[in-house]
Design a protein around this ligand. Structure first.
Ligand code: SF4
Length: 339
């Protein structure tokens, strides 16, 4: 097991399988036009599988498929089947916006997908359309129903909370999650690449979320557990659980064991990292697994990233990456990096 400069293990890998998305959420993809990764650069399934083999040998044991929207990647269940069969893999999950999930849920589960997270920021049709710029809430609900049916309790709902946009729906979303048998996780609005309209005034902190839910439900009890998962979990008096990912006001970089591989094979050691490590070039050049392993080991061994903590330490905080820089390098976008 490799440890970085701060002793954090290489363990969780988020695999983005496409930078494309079928929504245009205001906090992630607010622009009218995007520069996409060149198609010829996007890794084939065999290439992803070969890199995953090296990552597994180097200590990774948990994979999450992301995008963009991963269900836009053709034949995704085939990739799931290839990954699920690998020895040493302890977890295989996927994050989706749910629009295409009803069509694919059965095939994904049959291929070996074990857990699913569906992103949903609002239950209100007009608000969904305004926030995502697409009128697809009905299909997301169909996807949610499929997730409940196929994945049972291995199903979570992620909600980015933005003041003045959806922060009046915390209770509604808890109730929706309860009906879907899914744990809801509230995510503080982050100033990552792509969030060009971010401002601290739009952040609803973990403390405020807890205060609001306690006001409605009564005592909220923290669930004490030792994991590297980003969400702190809590229980309501009736036993309903939920999570909060407080990356903005209370970052958890000190235990972060996550890295991200983009669809074109760039490896990022932090959500905020300005540069990635190119694994596609050596792979396509014919480098051996041992050579790629040494690149991974050296990269992780030198890792000092604590992006969210560095951001918190800044006094005057605004959007992290200007639009001009995003246009020049799509790797800085969260829809490329897999959130
Ligand atoms: S900001 Fe970077 S180091 Fe901190 S938790 Fe996120 S990915 Fe990990």
């Amino acid at each position: 097991m490799h440890a970085d400069v701060f002793g954090r293990p290489l363990r969780n890998l988020r695999l983005s399988v496409t930078d494309r998305c079928n929504l245009r959420c205001e906090y992630c993809m607010p622009e009218d036009e995007y520069n996409w990764l060149p198609r010829e650069d996007v890794l084939h399934f065999e290439e992803i599988s070969a890199l995953v083999d090296v990552f597994l040998a180097e200590g990774v044991d948990r994979l999450r498929l992301t995008g963009g929207e991963p269900l836009l990647r053709r034949d995704l269940p085939e990739l799931v089947r290839m990954l699920a069969a690998k020895a040493g893999l302890n977890d295989l999950a996927l994050t989706t916006n749910g629009v295409l999930l009803a069509e694919h849920a059965d095939a994904l589960a049959a291929s070996g997908l074990r857990r699913i997270t569906v992103s949903l920021d609002t239950l209100r049709p007009a608000r969904f359309k305004a926030l995502t710029r697409v009128d697809e809430l009905t299909r997301v609900h169909e996807g949610m129903a499929a997730a409940k049916r196929v994945f049972g309790r291995a199903f979570k709902i992620d909600t980015v909370v933005i003041r003045g946009v959806n922060d009046d729906e915390l209770v509604d979303l808890i109730e929706y999650g309860r009906a879907m048998h899914a744990e809801v996780r509230f995510i503080e609005y982050m100033d990552v690449g792509g969030a060009t309209k971010w401002s601290p005034n739009h952040v609803v902190s973990r403390a405020e979320i807890l205060t609001r839910l306690a006001g409605r439900y009564g005592t909220v009890t923290p669930i004490v557990e030792s994991t590297s998962a980003p969400a702190d979990r809590f229980a309501l008096p009736d036993g309903t659980t939920f999570g909060i990912i407080s990356s903005t006001t209370a970052p958890f970089c000190s235990g972060c064991d996550r890295s991200r591989l983009t669809a074109d094979g760039m490896w990022y050691l932090c959500l905020y990292a300005a540069r990635g490590i190119d694994l596609r070039a050596p792979l396509r050049r014919g480098a051996s697994p041992a050579e790629i392993a040494s690149i991974i080991a050296a990269g992780w061994g030198a890792r000092r990233d604590r992006g969210a903590e560095d951001r918190l330490a800044l006094g005057d905080r605004r959007a992290f990456v200007p639009v001009t820089s995003l246009k020049k390098d799509p790797h800085l976008e969260m829809h490329t990096r897999g959130g």
